[in-house]
Design a protein around this ligand. Structure first.
Ligand SMILES: Nc1ncnc2c1ncn2[C@@H]1O[C@H](COP(=O)(O)OP(=O)(O)OP(=O)(O)O)[C@@H](O)[C@H]1O
Ligand SMILES: N[C@@H](CCO)C(=O)O
Length: 309
């Protein structure tokens, strides 16, 4: 397919995966965004300018994750590869469990789609498939593409996702530590097998979470219980595990966000004040943590032409 544009701007939300029992399946898009601008150039040159998160750390050429995802998507679409100038304004912290790598991959895929003469030819399922091949699991990529709360799974036809209903009274708070933890490390401590009783427990909670998110926020505490990943991961994120435990003991639906070490708290009606009070009380424990109360993003990845800012 030929290219139809030489300049796109893409915005992609942060995401919190798992939501407790929905390991590798459930995710939520948050109102905290990375934005990229791509300009194709006539030469082979690839130039990457990064501001914000990851500046001076991530590769600045063809190994950059956005560039890799973009070029791979153009290849899949049968479009020609050219050089490009990429500007990234990153706000999603890296290695914290807020889906930074999925946002980078999705922004590259969506940018490539926007450059095609016929963007509609690249559907959402194809984009999810490409993102999942990069990520290894679809739970961040699905809400990054679609916005809102999502449930993703992989079947014979590849990765798929559906939107989950989300009660507008539910709000998200994230507590982001100043230390990073690579997803690969947090996956490396998981066991090959879990006891049948724990799998059954967690499956039931994941099903309950669909109902709690849709219309029963009072069930969020029970519905976010998990026995198949968070406890195993405590050894590589002790402070996170302790904060989750303290918040849950007070009735708040706290979970490890993605592969950690950020803590996600989902609150329903009347829970913001208790959360504020509790975090104020825990001030010594939460030193070194940054609190944010992002909106829940409902747009997902957005592509437009024009300039950033
Ligand atoms: N915007 C970006 N541009 C380039 N590379 C990025 C970008 N965001 C993330 N990465 C790469 O991905 C790594 C972080 O990925 P990792 O999967 O470990 O954590 P995460 O995606 O932030 O968290 P989680 O998957 O648990 O939500 C970074 O160290 C960096 O190498
Ligand atoms: N489901 C993934 C999310 C992080 O990419 C995990 O918990 O490892």
């Amino acid at each position: 397919m030929r290219l139809g544009a030489d300049h796109v701007v893409v915005r992609v939300p942060a995401t919190s995966a798992n939501l407790g029992p929905g390991f590798d399946a459930m995710g939520l898009a948050l109102g905290l965004y990375d934005e990229i601008e791509v300009r194709l150039v006539a030469s082979d040159e690839i130039r990457v300018d990064v501001t914000g998160e990851g500046a001076g750390e991530v590769p600045d050429g063809e190994d950059h994750l956005v560039v890799r995802a973009l070029r791979h998507t153009l290849e899949v679409a049968g479009a020609p590869l050219t050089g490009m100038h990429l500007r990234c304004a990153n706000r999603i912290p890296h290695g914290r469990g807020l889906g930074s790598s999925a946002a980078a991959v999705v922004s590259g895929i969506v940018a490539a789609r926007g450059l095609l003469a016929d963007p509609q030819a690249l559907g959402r399922t194809t984009m999810l498939g490409i993102a999942t091949a990069f990520e290894g699991h679809p739970d961040n990529a699905a809400p990054a593409l679609r916005g809102g709360a999502t449930l993703a799974w992989s079947g014979p036809a590849g990765p798929r996702a559906v939107d989950l209903e989300l009660d507008p009274r539910i709000a998200a708070t994230v507590l982001v530590p100043d230390v990073r933890l690579a997803t690969s490390r947090a996956r490396g401590v998981l066991p090959e097998q879990v006891p049948h009783a724990d799998a059954a427990f967690t499956a039931g909670r994941a099903a309950l979470l669909v109902e709690a998110l849709a219309r029963r926020p009072e069930l969020l505490l029970d519905a976010t219980e998990d026995r198949i990943h968070q406890d195993y991961r405590a050894e590589v994120m002790a402070a996170t595990a302790e904060l989750v435990r303290s918040l849950r003991a007070e009735g708040l639906a706290a979970t490890v966000s993605g592969a950690g070490p950020t803590v996600l708290v989902l609150t329903g009606p009347g829970q913001q004040e208790p959360l504020d009070a509790l975090l104020a009380d825990l001030v010594d424990d939460v030193a070194g943590w940054r609190r944010a109360d992002p909106s829940i993003d409902t747009a997902g990845a957005v592509c437009r032409s024009g300039s950033m800012n």
